[in-house]
Write a protein that binds this ligand. Structure first.
Ligand SMILES: *Cc1c(COP(=O)(O)O)cnc(C)c1O
Length: 474
């Protein structure tokens, strides 16, 4: 057959659309989507025929149709198994919400709500009213507001209290949180002039006191969330900073980062400063995240002195940084769990995952080892190992929590075997994300709570698909 007659032999989009399979696909995905995919497919086939490839039967074309349509439909925001050992993994969406928070968010999504409406007076209400009393109760602060995230909280506080003025920060606390969140840059965008004091490892009271002047807007203390300076060091405690700030009649702002509302020591973790402590130590404003240790949705809390919170609320930027009703509902439900601290480790997923014992996770690893061994079909050795989980998101950066998991080691020692295994795990219907460590792929089971679903999912592991090329998502 010459090229022209081959091209003529290609089925038309209209012909394909009339086929039984296409009619069923239209029912499922809609006519536009099916037409679009078929048009692309036929155009692709024309190109191939022109390059001398044989034409494909209509059956093959239609077989691929449903797979292509399903691929198009699938969300790119994929639910997955976080077996990295980092409980609050920023790239994997940080805290999992409590069931009560999920229910509250869903209810708020479905319905009109009294977001800024006072049901008693029938007049306009305030968005912050839903959380203010609760946050104050839990932290001992006078007043509170909430914005998009803690980065927004810091930006808004600096802009409201120190625009056109100086903000004094220790050189040991000029942090980069990751991505574009660097304290000096945020400072500049907020319109505040950064005044660095002290040195990287040591800052004294006199450094702050000497920097204080008529142009000072505030003193900023930053919790060194994601690193530690150790050895010959000196930092000025908030209690001492408070006195210096107040002598200069400027507020002390404490960016706690993660911040926590509950003491973590009962969970076997080191002490992370609580928001209540930061307030008691004399900070006038404290900022912290909603989706780090607090275990809620993404948010930034600003708590502290009433007059300062009022000034912050008057800033037009506040409107650009506010949170919607869905997160408001989730945050309220999350905060309410803190009224019952004894049951936090059951009801709040972040605490539940962090408080799982090594023994419990070890037993789970023993149960799952044969299931994972079967899924990798003898290509990898599967061993139960001790490992160390991290909290993540900059909370207690050096602290690890003893955990257990499965270490998968390649039997033929091929250099790329672990990368290929990782890729195959990522191709699963629910991708499994582990971490490569000293020649093995480790699956830390701390964050795995549904063994049956995990077993059913991993049974579909296909180690070969990636090597054929083309299909790999990595
Ligand atoms: C995490 C963190 C931030 C940023 O908080 P997000 O909620 O991620 O915006 C700011 N400051 C400190 C000290 C942090 O640890």
């Amino acid at each position: 057959m010459d090229t022209n007659s081959s091209l003529r032999a290609l089925p038309s989009v209209d012909q394909l659309l009339r086929s039984e399979l296409a009619v069923a696909a239209i029912e499922r995905f809609g006519r536009s989507a099916v037409t679009e995919v078929l048009r692309d497919t036929v155009a692709d086939l024309r190109r191939k025929v022109l390059q001398g490839h044989p034409i494909q039967a209509s059956e093959i074309i239609l077989d691929n149709l449903v797979a292509s349509l399903e691929e198009r439909e699938r969300t790119t925001l994929r639910p997955l198994y976080n077996l990295t050992g980092t409980v609050l993994h920023t790239n994997l969406g940080r805290a999992l919400l409590a069931e009560t928070a999920i229910d509250a968010a869903v209810a708020a999504m479905r319905s009109a709500v009294s977001l800024e409406f006072d049901l008693e007076s029938g007049k306009r209400g305030e968005r912050d009213d839903h959380l203010r009393a609760l946050i104050c109760e839990l932290t001992g602060a006078e007043d509170a507001t909430v914005v998009n995230n803690n980065a927004a909280a810091v930006l808004l506080v600096l802009n409201s209290l120190a625009a056109g003025k100086e903000a004094i920060v220790s050189r040991g606390e000029l942090i980069e949180i990751g991505g574009a969140f660097r304290m000096p840059d945020i400072m500049a965008r907020a319109g505040a002039r950064l005044v660095e004091v002290g040195t990287t490892n040591r800052t004294h009271k006199s450094d702050y006191a000497n920097a204080l002047g008529p142009d000072t807007g505030l003193i900023l203390k930053v919790h060194t969330s994601n690193y530690r300076i150790e050895g010959f060091t000196k930092e000025v405690k908030p209690q001492e900073l408070k006195d210096i700030a107040h002598k200069g009649a400027v507020p002390l702002v404490h960016d706690l980062g993660s911040g926590t509302l509950a003491d973590l020591t009962p969970f076997g973790l080191a002490h992370e400063p609580t928001v209540r402590e930061a307030i008691e130590e004399g900070a006038d404003i404290v900022t912290f995240s909603g989706d780090k240790l607090l275990g809620g949705s993404q948010a930034g809390f600003i708590v502290g002195r009433k007059d300062l919170i009022q000034a912050i609320n008057k800033n037009p930027m506040k409107r650009a940084l506010r949170v919607d009703k869905i997160r408001m509902a989730a945050l309220e439900a999350t905060l309410k769990l803190y009224r019952d601290p004894e049951r936090l480790s059951v009801r709040l997923p972040t605490m539940r995952l962090l408080s799982r014992s090594r023994e419990e996770i070890g037993a789970q690893a023993q149960r799952l080892a044969p299931i994972v061994a079967k899924a990798v079909q003898g290509a990898f050795n599967v061993a139960v190992v001790d490992c160390a989980s991290q909290i993540g998101s900059g909370a207690l950066p050096l602290a690890t929590v003893p955990s257990a998991g499965l270490a998968l080691t390649a039997l033929d020692g091929g250099g790329s075997a672990l990368e290929e295994l990782s890729a195959a795990l990522r191709r699963l219907p629910v991708p499994v994300i582990g971490r490569i460590e000293r020649g093995s792929l480790v699956l830390d089971l701390r964050c795995l709570e549904d063994d049956a679903a995990f077993a059913a999912n991993i049974a579909g592991l296909d180690l070969r698909a990636g090597q054929a090329g083309g299909n790999s998502q990595s």
